[in-house]
Each structure stands twice: as structure tokens, then as C-alpha cells.
Design a protein around this ligand. Structure first.
Ligand SMILES: Cc1ncc(COP(=O)(O)O)c(C=O)c1O
Length: 465
């Protein structure tokens, strides 16, 4: 378990939190970049979403609960679709997927990236058009590939030589022509503001470029004669804020496309640059808009194509977090508050809520930063530095490492953590036999359950005794 900084008082900022965290002038303030667009504080101080206040939501659906601003999600889908109007946008279902979300994604005109048989099953159960589905995965089983081919998915992103062999056999058995892309590991790894470009690629995904595996994969696919090869695919990381890493990736992958043209006399019609566009989790994050991202990626691809004398391929991208992340927040109830005195005499308040690492593992797993606000009322108390923790039997069960909350925060208050739409419900667990929270979609003054709360009966049903 990673140690969390509890450290010495920062002389310059006057509190023991990270240097970027500043005491807010108004502890009730909502930073617009962190919240779904239909969230505001009502005249009574209570947080409301699309006209429904969180006290009502908590009374009806309980806490913890993921609250989904449906119109915010639809707007983000539409913005990506409009920004990439000459490209295909595959919403990455791994960020969060359920049938209602798959239906909205379909209605808003996006395609869908799934990476397991389970995600594919949800998409198909939602009636998602199979020709707009792309199937990912570094270890797709024979049955997953069979189901995908029988359903008629639009593309399979091939990830290994074993998978090519499986697909060759299935193409013959099922009498189909798999539409495939080759996932290339370009030696660029990007996270947040940094990226590393290395000569060799030490990871489980894709075919390495440096070793020649990617070229060999294309050779085998073409030689098999049973595929429709759409093009190359590259995904370089997550929470990326600038496009310089995409530039390196595009240069490398298009260089490969040029070598393939020279060797096989074919021009690959498509290029997928994956997902990974960053979102704001705290005041320090400043993400680009979909329009800025689209403009930059299209410019990069045009520039590299010109350099290699290649025709422009049809571009696709696979944003997950950037579409669903900001559309949800998690609503918790505060259970206990403890004041801890730190070494330098400063204090930190531990605010325990009724969820934790089982509904949001990202803080413990990735050392991710989040924000939080008192949601059930406005407070005029001074701001105190707080750490929001869960109810699990684990010292590392931290949700929000550092945040300023009002000093009068108390048991029974509702607390909201924004930016929890991506990789929270989808990564949720039953650790300590805590049932997973529901997802409640709110739109135009009405709320509906789209994923119900798990119950202890659900957990016991799997335990066959
Ligand atoms: C191949 C691929 N595409 C898209 C994504 C989505 O990334 P994000 O949600 O950061 O946009 C991922 C995430 O792991 C991925 O592996």
C-alpha cells in the first residue's frame, strides 16, 4: 500500500495538504470544470442536479449512490461527435457501461469500444448496432471472438499472434471475413502531463513496433487472405492533457503504414489513435475541449501523412473518461468526523463516509486526486483541511486525500465527490461484502434508476454454502 503524505506543514501555504490546494474564499463554491453542467447549489444551499435536489435523491435511493447527469453525458457525446465530424468516436465502455448508457451512446451517434465478452453482452442486450462496435482485449477467448463474429461486430482490434490464429480458424468455421485493426505498441506511454517514449515496449498490449512484431502481424493477416484489414491502432495512456505524445505515436504508426504500403502495395484506409483525453478532478487540472483535441489530432495526422506521402486515413478515437467522467458524482452520507493533530501542530479532519474504496478504488490504486463538497446544505463555518475516507477495514481506504470542507461538517451531512463517472462503478468491488451502489440518472427534473443497488441477498446468492 502506498503511503499517503501526512507530512510537515508547508510553510508557504499554511496547511499540510499539497502545494496546489488553496483554501477557498467560499467553501460552498462549486468549480464548474469539476461538476456536471446541470449541477448547482439551490437557494437553500442544497446541491441539485437537473432540478432534483440531492436530499430527495438520498431519501429515495439511499447512499452511497452514483448520480448521473444524463443531459451532461449526452452533451459530451454530442460534442465529441461534432468535434470529430470526419472521424469515428468509439465511446470506451470500460469507463462505465450499462444498457441505458449504451442506448444513449447509440442515440447520440457514437460507436462503442468493448473489451470483454461481458461488455459485448451488455452492448448487444441494449440493442447497440453491432457494426458500430469495436472489440478490444489482449486475451480474447475463442468464445468471445465467436460471439463477436456471429454478432457482426464492426471491428476486432487484434492484439496477438495467437488471436490471429484463432480468427483464421473462426473465419473458416463461421464463413465470415473478420474486419480487423492491428494494435501497435508504439513505445509511447503518456499519463497526465508527462510521457515517455522508449525504444522497446514493455507491456502486455499490442504488437511492438520496435521488434518488428507489428509488421509481422500485418504480413500474417494479409497472407491468411481471410481478413478485411482496416488499419492500425494505437492507444498510449490515460489522463493526457497535451497532444505531444499523440504526435510521436502518430508519427511512428504512420511510418509503419508507409512501410506496409511499400512492402504490400496497400494503403490502409483507417487509423485509430485510442483514448486517454484528460478531465478535471481538482482545481489544478485544465483539460482541452473536444474541439481543441480534434483539431490538434487532425492536424498531426495530416502533417504526418504529408510527410510519408500517404492519403489521409479515416480517423477514429476512443474516449471513455472524457465523456462519462465528469457526468457523474458520488453522493455519500457522513458517518464520523475525527480531528487528528499532525507533527507540526497542524490538524487534519478525517471525514468517514458510508462508501469507500469499493466504490472508488482510483485513489488507493493510482494515487488519484479528487475533490468534495458538502452537498446537503450551505455552511458559513470556516474551511478546514479534511481527508475523506471510506468505511473499509483498510488504512488506505481514502477517497479524497485533501480537500477544504466546512468546519461544522457532521454525521448525517451529505457529501458529494465529482468526476466519478469513469472507472469507479466499473472498477467497483464487494470488498468487505459491501454491496455496490446504484447509478441514478437525473434529467429534466426526474430521476430513474439505471443500475440498482446491490443487496446482501445478491451477495449471498453467489455464496453457495
Ligand atoms: C484501447 C483503449 N482505448 C480507449 C481507452 C479509454 O481511455 P480513456 O477512458 O482514458 O479515454 C482505453 C483505456 O484503458 C484503452 O485501453
Amino acid at each position: 500500500m502506498r503511503a499517503h503524505e501526512a507530512g510537515a506543514l508547508h510553510a508557504d501555504i499554511g496547511h499540510p495538504g499539497p502545494a496546489w490546494l488553496r483554501e477557498p474564499a467560499d467553501v460552498n463554491q462549486l468549480l464548474p470544470q469539476l461538476w456536471p453542467r446541470n449541477v448547482s447549489r439551490g437557494a437553500d444551499g442544497v446541491l441539485q442536479v437537473a432540478g432534483v435536489d440531492v436530499v430527495t435523491l438520498a431519501a429515495e435511493y439511499g447512499t452511497p449512490a452514483y448520480i448521473f447527469d444524463e443531459d451532461d453525458f449526452r452533451t459530451r457525446c454530442r460534442q465529441y461527435r461534432d468535434a470529430f465530424d470526419n472521424a469515428d468516436v468509439f465511446y470506451a465502455g470500460k469507463a462505465f457501461l450499462c444498457r441505458a448508457v449504451a442506448q444513449i451512446v447509440a442515440e447520440e451517434g457514437l460507436s462503442l469500444d468493448v473489451c470483454t465478452g461481458g461488455e459485448l453482452a451488455v452492448a448487444l442486450a441494449a440493442g447497440f448496432p453491432p457494426e458500430r462496435i469495436g472489440l478490444h482485449g489482449n486475451n480474447k477467448s475463442l468464445s468471445e471472438l465467436t460471439r463477436a463474429l456471429q454478432a457482426g461486430v464492426g471491428r476486432i482490434i487484434v492484439d496477438s499472434f495467437d488471436e490471429i490464429d484463432r480468427l483464421v480458424a473462426l473465419a473458416s468455421d463461421l464463413d465470415v471475413t473478420p474486419r480487423v485493426m492491428v494494435r501497435v505498441t508504439v513505445g509511447v506511454e503518456a499519463h497526465t502531463h508527462e510521457y515517455i517514449a522508449t525504444a522497446h515496449e514493455d507491456q502486455k498490449f499490442g504488437f511492438s513496433l520496435a521488434s518488428g512484431a507489428a509488421e509481422e502481424a500485418v504480413r500474417r493477416i494479409l497472407r491468411a487472405g481471410c481478413f478485411h484489414l482496416l488499419g492500425l491502432h494505437s492507444h498510449i495512456g490515460s489522463q493526457i492533457f497535451d497532444t505531444s505524445a499523440f504526435e510521436v505515436a502518430a508519427r511512428r504508426v504512420l511510418g509503419l503504414a508507409a512501410r506496409i504500403r511499400d512492402e504490400h502495395d496497400i494503403e490502409l484506409p483507417e487509423l485509430d489513435l485510442g483514448g486517454g483525453f484528460g478531465i478535471a478532478y481538482t482545481s489544478q487540472d485544465d483539460p482541452a475541449s473536444p474541439y481543441e483535441i480534434a483539431e490538434q489530432l487532425e492536424k498531426i495526422v495530416a502533417h504526418e501523412c504529408a510527410a510519408y506521402d500517404l492519403p489521409l486515413p479515416r480517423l477514429s478515437v476512443e474516449p471513455g473518461r472524457a465523456i462519462v467522467g465528469p457526468s457523474m458524482f458520488t453522493l455519500y452520507e457522513v458517518g464520523t468526523v475525527k480531528e487528528i493533530t499532525l507533527d507540526a501542530g497542524a490538524t487534519r479532519h478525517y471525514v468517514s463516509v458510508d462508501g469507500g474504496m469499493s466504490d472508488n478504488i482510483r485513489t488507493a490504486l493510482y494515487d488519484a486526486s479528487y475533490s468534495a463538497t458538502l452537498a446537503s446544505r450551505r455552511s458559513s463555518a470556516r474551511a478546514i483541511l479534511a481527508r475523506v475516507v471510506g468505511k473499509h477495514c483498510e488504512a488506505g481506504d481514502v477517497l479524497v486525500k485533501d480537500e477544504f470542507l466546512p468546519a461544522d461538517i457532521a454525521p448525517g451531512d451529505l457529501l458529494a465527490v465529482p468526476g466519478t463517472g469513469a472507472y469507479c462503478r466499473s472498477l467497483a468491488s464487494n470488498y468487505n461484502h459491501v454491496p455496490r451502489p446504484p447509478v441514478v440518472a437525473v434529467r429534466d427534473g426526474g430521476a430513474r434508476l439505471i443500475v440498482r443497488r446491490e443487496t446482501e441477498d445478491d451477495l449471498l446468492r453467489l455464496d453457495v454454502g
